[in-house]
Design a protein around this ligand. Sequence first.
Ligand code: HEM
Length: 429
Amino acid sequence: MVRLDLKFRMFYHMQDAGEQILSKPEDFDPFDPETIVNPFPFYAALRKHAPVFEMRRCGYYLVTRFADVRAAALDTQTFSSNLVAIVTEGVADGPQILDLTNSPRPADVLAIADAPTHTRQRKLTNKAFSFRRVAKLEPFVKGLMDELFTTLRETSEVDWMEAVGLPFPMRIISELVGFPPEDADRIQRWSDDALDLLSGIQSQEKLGRNALSVIELSRYLGILVVAAKADPGENVLGDLVRATQGDEEALSDEEVVSILVQLATAGQETTGSLIASAAMYLARDPELQERLRAEPQRIPDFIEEAVRLESPFYGHFRQTTRDTEIAGVALPEGARVMLCWASANRDEDEFTNPEQVDLDRSNTHLGFGFGPHLCIGASLARLEARVALETLLARTREFSLARPEEPLQYVESLFLRRLKALPLRLTYS
Ligand code: HEM
């Protein structure tokens, strides 16, 4: 049985590799639902034939090779993060960019700020979001995971995304930051809508709803900040509020609200995606599952592979501050580029057998970004994914996809890779 599965996997990968070598970028439509669900053959064709590819209908360039993506992420003087735009489809004829650079909006912080503003904000946020604070959370994370697993009541079929991927990261970020637990559902809804704004797939109706959610989330967080000022707690919110007092380095209230928006939005969907995609790989691979049950100390290596292969963010945007070039392609000042982490992470020039899970590779993946904007929540995401997988593996004898004959459904997004559901069949230990 295991052998058959291995054979199947090899065939699958060979077929994938063949497809990727034969394909040309023009064979793909990035907005085709098939490409959205599986953009990897498209990325492979781009890496080979057009490593800086102008997505004409969307008005940006896709950068797909590992070395180029990493170099641009480091060169923050040429590739600015200070941009806000929404790629839309269905609002007008075909996809187009809504440039919000000069629109009224929350303060530009962290992910969309450049030095020196970014450096100051990052220093203060790092203090609030310290490694020590995250590490201290482990007993809470384990207790919560146990609680969620117990509520499954040994049901044989479980939607892992609904049971764990959705509630687990939200409850943890609430505990860490200091969001009132009773508001978790609405914070989650607003945050999901806010991230959906960046999906690149927007109808008029979705655009309106998502924009409203950002306003509501910001208003809600503004009230939370005022309340925390009267009584700052021992949590991220309390530390950020304390950082509004003091010298010229201090954060403004608007900055704190915007930082909280980013923590709420970036902090849960991505981690839920990772927890689901990692479980999906294991559900399809009983041999690997068995190995990790026997050697749980290798789970962190597997998590790095899951981030590499199923990068929850396909990419992030930058804007050029001067005329420049990447891989011989001239980019004028003001050009928008997407640094495509998901493609870089499968670059055959960087990774041997990039399509395969390899626990022994020394992992240089860019799934958490690179350079000054490197993910501030990476240690939290790693902790959550590790505890979720440790529990899943320890409390089951085996698990598999509940309906392997049905293709898995992904959220329609050019920005986030996220399963809509992951039905698993579990045999409890
Ligand atoms: C598996 C989960 C996660 C993945 C794959 C991920 C990925 C990333 C990536 C690729 C970046 C770089 C963005 C850029 O260069 O423009 C980033 C930045 C960021 N992430 Fe994460 N992230 C995850 C979880 C989290 C969590 C749990 C939090 C917080 C609770 C978080 C908060 C942030 C913030 C605030 C930034 C901006 C940092 C800056 O610009 O200085 N992320 N993340």
